[in-house]
Design a protein around this ligand. Structure first.
Ligand SMILES: [Zn+2]
Length: 225
């Protein structure tokens, strides 16, 4: 894959020029992330997270850390199962709500049997509480890019979920090249807390890695409450 980054001549404004495979990054009409302003209240399916503890497998992919979570279970959206594949983080949050980005976002990437991706975004805001799972992840976060490393420690991914399961949803894309579309986005409204120290520790390894807001075009954002 062509070299891309978050700044300068290989930054988001030029992704489409770096490879023919990245054309959608500029021509796509269903791109992510977006700034959420107007929403339509709708009866949306409930989210049921059926995650189970797994051994931690984590890698540094140059842009952020990624936890491989293919055995961690599924998210049920209404009556449809989406298997968790992996999760990773961005700073600041890629999603905006009324123009405001939060300090960080975790993207939990799922896929159903038809290959459709559903990404759950958990927003993180600087606060007093240091999230226990983030505490564990940060200790194991590889400082340099490389292959995934498995550790002798169990993680419970449900510790990343807020209590309130209300959400926004819309149809979008991957937020990194090749910017493929057909991705169902689910943005949980309630944020969780990250400590100032944890944010600093992340930034010691990774620079800002949030793609700019993309035009909404003809799309609608739906809200569960
Ligand atoms: Zn992401």
């Amino acid at each position: 894959m062509a070299d891309w980054s978050y700044e300068g001549k290989t930054g988001p404004a030029y992704w489409d020029c770096l490879s023919e495979e990245f054309a959608l990054c500029s021509s796509g009409k269903y791109q992510s992330p977006i700034n959420i302003t107007e929403t339509t209240k709708t009866d949306l399916p409930l989210l049921e997270f059926g995650y189970r503890p797994i051994p931690l497998t984590i890698k540094n992919n140059r842009y952020t850390f990624q936890v491989i979570a293919e055995t961690a279970g599924a998210l049920k959206i209404g009556d449809e199962d989406y298997q968790l594949l992996q999760f990773h983080a961005h700073t600041p949050s890629e999603e905006g709500v009324d123009g405001k980005r939060l300090d960080m976002v975790i993207h939990l990437v799922h896929q159903n049997i038809h290959g459709k991706l559903a990404v759950v975004a958990v927003l993180l805001e600087k606060g007093e509480i240091a999230n226990p799972l983030i505490e564990t992840l940060w200790k194991m976060m590889p400082k340099t890019p490389g292959e995934p490393q498995q550790h002798d420690v169990q993680i419970d991914i449900s510790q990343l979920l807020p209590e309130d399961r209300n959400y926004f949803t819309y149809e979008g894309s991957l937020t990194t090249p090749p910017c493929s579309e057909g991705v169902k986005w689910i943005i949980l409204k309630q944020s969780i807390s990250i400590s100032a120290e944890q944010l600093t520790q992340y930034h010691a390894i990774y620079s800002d890695n949030a793609r700019p807001f993309q035009p909404l075009n003809e799309r609608k954002v739906f809200s569960s409450n």
